[in-house]
Structures are given as C-alpha cells and as structure tokens.
Design a protein. Structure first.
Length: 273
C-alpha cells in the first residue's frame, strides 16, 4: 500500500507533463484577481507555443494573482498523459473538446483523493482507515476511466459519499483537544490574533482578511476554509488538517509562520522584521 508521502507526490502538479490545461479550460472575468476577461475553453493570451506562461514570474505584478492560487493537484498531467494519451489539443480538435469536458471532473476527483489520502494517514483515525482506503481505490479507479465515463460522473455524489468519512476522521484526530466549532462561520475580517484554535473546526469558514497572526492552528480542520487575505504571520499551522497550498498562497504570511513540513512557503510572503 502506498504511503501518504507517495500519494502526495502523485497528487502534485507537474506542468512539464501537461499541455497547460489550467490556462485554457477555466474561464474568468476581469477583477482584482484577473487583469482580463477570458472565456472558458479559450487559451490565455499569455500562453506560449511551448505551453508555458509568458508572464509566470510577473503574474501578481500584472494583475493575475488568481492564477497563482490555482493548483490542479496533478489532474492536468493525468488528463494530458493518461486520459488523452498525450495528444496535443492544439492539433487535435477531438482532444480539445474532451479536455474541456473532463479536466474539471478529474480536478475535483484529485482534490477528493488528496483529502482521503491525508485522512487515511491520521494516526488517531484508525476506526475509518479501511473505509478511507476503499474510497481512495474507488476514486482512483474513476480517474482512469475513459472520456465518456468521466463526463458522466456525478462529482457532487462522490463528494457526498466521501465527506462523512473525512468528517469522522477529523473528529477522531481532534478528539480531546477541546477545539472550538467554527464550521461554516463567517469570520471575515475578524481579529483572532493569538487565538487558541488548536483542534478547532474551521471547515468551510470564511476567514477573508481575518487577523490570525500568532494564532495556534495546530490540528485545526481547515478543509474548504477561505483564507484569502488572512494574516498568518507568526501563526502555527503545523499539523493543520486538510490544508492545501492554494489556501496559503491566498493568505499573507512571513518567515515566522510555522507550516507542515510538506508545504512550501509561498514566494510572495514577506520577511519578518
């Protein structure tokens, strides 16, 4: 059975093996996160012939901060290399149509795989480990089906089947810590500076612009928490549950923010002092 580290490695974007699906499939409107309008299914004008972004190092400066928080979790190279057999959407109209249909489905399945893999690694959640392993195998099998099968998958139904397992694993892992329940709470702009949130449930909480500087978020469940603009300077997120890279990239932090060992510190975060 693969280890959690091995599964994490497989659920990591590798742009060198992808035909820039994230620069084509999603659509976005001009806003503070995107400098232009781009219809879904149309290549971004900054996309080069080698499938690389021509302004990658200047995305934030040029008004494309939204691009920096996107992570396909490896779905891009999976669709490119496995589902579509490495075919180039630029030269194959059939491939282009299939890519637009299946990429969002596979991206959602890969996110579920990431959560299930993490939950199955929780040492205090052994009660649901077997069920999580079965769910992982089922989801992984779905990602390897053909285009016709993938487009018919009800992702909401898959998510509904997995969520109770994720919730139970979280409850078991956080048991005895006395964490507060902020599930789905609107904490936008709230001052939680130095707050003891260890073992708290922040599932789906709105934390836009919240001050979490110096807060203890160890073992806090942050699945789906919106951390855009949240101040994480000096916060302790070691062992935070279900934390994804895009949540960190969307937040503000510095070199005093303590992160799980498998998370990279976002390049745009400031230096303390």
């Amino acid at each position: 059975m693969p280890t959690y580290d091995e599964r994490r490695a497989a659920l990591r974007a590798d742009c060198t093996r992808c035909h820039a699906l994230c620069c084509v499939v999603p659509g976005f409107a001009r806003s503070s996160d995107f400098a232009i309008d781009k219809p879904a299914g149309r290549p971004c004008p900054n996309l080069q012939s080698d499938f690389r972004c021509g302004v990658h190092t200047e995305l934030r400066v040029l008004g494309f901060a939204g691009c920096t928080v996107y992570d396909c979790l490896g779905a891009g190279q999976h669709v490119t290399q496995v589902v579509l057999g490495g075919h180039d959407w630029r030269t194959s109209p059939d491939t282009a149509d299939a890519m637009v249909e299946v990429f969002p489905v596979v991206r959602d399945l890969f996110e579920l795989l990431r959560y299930v893999a993490e939950a199955a690694s929780f040492p205090r959640a052994t009660e649901v480990h077997d069920a999580l392993e079965a769910a992982y195998a089922q989801l992984e099998a779905l990602t390897r089906t053909d285009v016709g099968t993938l487009v018919r998958i009800d992702v909401d139904a898959q998510r509904g089947a997995v969520n109770p397992l994720l919730l139970r694993a979280s409850e078991l892992q956080r048991a005895g810590l006395g964490g507060a329940d902020h599930r789905g709470a609107d904490l936008t702009g709230r001052s939680l500076r130095g707050a003891d949130l260890r073992g708290a449930s922040l599932r789906g909480a709105l934390l836009l612009g919240a001050d979490l500087s110096g807060a203890d978020l160890r073992d806090a469940d942050v699945i789906g928490a919106d951390l855009r603009g949240a101040d994480l300077r000096g916060a302790d997120l070691r062992d935070a549950l279900f934390l994804l890279g895009p949540q960190l990239v969307a937040a503000r932090g510095d070199d005093t923010t303590r992160l799980p060992p498998h998370h990279e510190r976002p390049a745009h975060w400031s230096k303390s002092g």
